[in-house]
Design a protein around this ligand. Structure first.
Ligand code: AGP
Length: 608
């Protein structure tokens, strides 16, 4: 994980890199640091905490450097303290580096250098990079860099400075993203193009194994054998999304409230109701490929995996396509079987999730066609897949995913409807589903209007430390997602189960101190769920039901009921998820948590 940023040019580097680092803070915010070269010596500042702490620390220093590298950390190797914060150095402090990724063989390399009396200062895997470069350096920086890279196993995006080369930044990447922004006599480097988009939209992306040098007159990029690489400059389209909390207290709350609009954005020119068709032409879908699809494989992590899980129910029900959904980190080590006619769908909000990217590489190596469902057009995932379907949720700043999740589910629903119509669905059936899905933005508005009620429930229940979330059918993956929201932002233990599984063990945990959140929006299995809730009630477990208005009998079982608007089972995960996002939000607020940037997390998980 972690974000790296750098600047070389004629302007004051410090405000530019601090600004870039703030944009990258979604990649980790345990500590931050900056390095440059002044009067022939490396200088650096680093501190635990967010980028703002670093900014305050260096504000007084009036640094005049025109070249700087910077880092915002999500701890992997070594605790959150100043010695493990980046930048890291060689023993002589002649080289400073920042790193995103994991060096898997760092212990072996470290033991080797220690035998040569090289002392290490941190517990990180990253320090080995600086120590190796310092060790091999004899006047030729590029040579020392390339020689060091050959020793490293794992993933890395690296930027560094050397005291003998004051106006240069060396860079390298393998398995972690690194983009170079090209300005007028100035160059930027960033883990994510958004870091420098306000300065330039001319970009080159480093390919795996490439390394090079940036200086204000230009850049040189080489492959791992030291051969000069010819790089294509790309122009990135700037998006018009404004990043602001508006009057909301947190980005997370604002993003929950964005959902009627973000869902509607996916619906523009989408439906031809008189023909019962969902039009996906503007998404550039290859219709002939879809016609040949007889099996779907979905890959994702975290919330995106939950969306994919709901997607698997949708594809099987609406388009009768057998669908397998896999967690990328497990799937990538399975030696997967790729069958002809399988459509692989990789889902990721950020498009930078290391496990999903690695799983896609594995499938592509086996000849599979892969489409991405992503929120970021310029992401690594979008660039390595055959085609990208954009969820158009707009920037999601809160670490806890909200509007990206609902738009992923809506996009999967549209795809399932389209595929269903191509395969077997009658016009009448299709028209029914189109009418149902079109209701979603308005149903979400109705939920948001009832925020006060959800806040009251959170006030009543926020002192409990353990929760169960139960659902059946579509409501099972929805309960996994709702429980994840509560865990992530309020730090309350929450276990989600298919309601029918409770009696196979977890029911042992039910007592008066363990409330159950019942997700009642699946009409098809509603009476079965009621029986499971009776089992909870019989063991004195408090029950808070989130139920559609037509749910008979729930009031007599549950301690509290939040009434939801009605919609068909297939799309019911959307309104209920929004209500449970709000529930998690208010629970976290009552407990005084850092909602937008919860502890131990990062928005983009770029290490495996
Ligand atoms: C969501 O609230 C989480 N922060 C997390 O589970 C996230 O969905 C996961 O890391 C996958 O991210 P991606 O969608 O960017 O691939």
């Amino acid at each position: 994980m972690c974000g790296i940023f750098g600047y070389v040019g004629e302007k004051k580097a410090v405000p530019i890199v601090i600004d870039g680092l703030k944009i990258l803070e979604y990649r980790g915010y345990d500590s931050a640091g900056i390095a440059g070269v002044e009067s022939g010596k490396t200088l650096f500042y680093k501190d635990i905490g967010k980028v703002d702490s670093l900014a305050k620390m260096i504000a007084r220093k009036q640094l005049k450097i025109n070249t700087a590298i910077a880092h915002t950390r999500w701890a992997t190797h070594g605790g959150v303290d100043t010695k493990n914060a980046h930048p890291h150095f060689d023993m002589k402090q002649s080289v400073a580096i920042v790193h995103n990724g994991i060096i898997e063989n760092h212990l072996k390399l470290k033991a080797h250098l220690e035998r040569e009396n090289i002392e290490f200062l941190s517990e990180t895997d990253s320090e080995i990079i600086a120590q190796l470069i310092g060790h091999y350096y004899n006047g030729d920086l590029l040579k020392a860099l390339l020689k060091s890279l050959l020793k490293l196993d794992g993933a890395f995006a690296i930027a560094g400075v050397h005291q003998n080369h004051p106006d240069q930044i060396f860079i390298a990447a393998k398995g972690s993203p690194l983009a170079i922004g090209i300005g007028d006599n100035e160059y930027f480097l960033s883990s994510d193009v958004n870091g420098f988009l306000k300065h330039t939209n001319k970009v080159i992306f480093l390919k795996d194994g490439e390394a090079g040098i940036l200086h204000k007159e230009g850049f040189e990029i080489y492959d791992c054998k030291g051969k000069r690489a010819v790089k294509q400059i790309e122009q990135i389209k700037s998006n018009n999304y404004e990043i602001s909390k508006l009057n909301f207290e947190h980005f997370t709350l604002k993003e929950i409230h964005d959902q009627p609009e973000s869902i509607s954005r996916l619906f523009v020119s989408r439906f031809e109701e008189e023909f019962g068709s969902v039009c996906l032409k503007d998404m550039g879908i290859d219709e002939s490929e879809l016609l040949e699809t007889s099996r779907i494989l979905i890959l994702a992590c975290g919330t995106s995996w939950h969306a994919g899980f709901i997607g698997s129910y949708l594809f099987e029900s609406l388009s009768r396509t057998p669908t397998q959904v896999e967690i990328s980190s497990e799937f990538r080590y399975k030696n997967p079987i790729v069958l002809k006619d399988t459509l692989v769908i990789a889902i990721s909000q950020s498009g930078e999730t290391a496990d999903t990217i690695a799983a896609v590489h594995e499938l592509k190596a086996k000849g599979a066609k892969v489409i991405a469902i992503c929120n970021r057009e310029e992401s690594t995932l979008s660039r390595i897949t055959d085609h990208t379907l954009l969820i158009k949720a707009g920037p999601e700043i809160g670490v806890c995913s909200t509007k990206a999740f609902t738009n992923q589910v809506v996009l999967l629903s549209l795809l399932a409807l389209h595929l269903g119509r191509m395969h077997h669905q009658s016009k009448e059936e299709a028209v029914y589903f189109i009418r149902e899905i079109k209701k979603l933005p308005q149903l979400v508005v109705e939920i948001l209007k009832q925020s006060k009620h959800i806040e009251t429930l959170a006030k009543k229940y926020n002192h409990f430390n353990n929760f169960f979330y139960l659902g059946r059918s579509y409501m099972y993956p929805a309960s996994l997602e709702a429980a994840l929201k509560l865990k992530e932002i309020s730090y309350i233990n929450a276990q989600a189960y298919p309601a029918g599984e409770l009696k196979h063990g977890p029911i042992a945990l039910i007592d008066k101190d363990c409330p159950t959140i019942a997700l009642c929006s699946n009409q098809h299995t509603y009476t079965k769920l009621l029986s499971n809730l009776m089992e909870v009630k019989a063991r004195n477990g408090p029950i808070i039901a989130f139920a559609p208005r037509n749910s008979a009998g729930i009031e007599s079982i549950a301690d509290d009921v939040f009434w939801l608007p009605e919609v068909c089972d297939e799309f019911a995960s959307i309104p209920i998820s929004v209500s449970l996002q709000l529930f998690a939000y208010y629970m976290a607020k009552f407990r005084g948590c850092d909602i937008d940037q919860p502890r131990n997390l990062a928005k983009s998980v770029t290490v495996e």
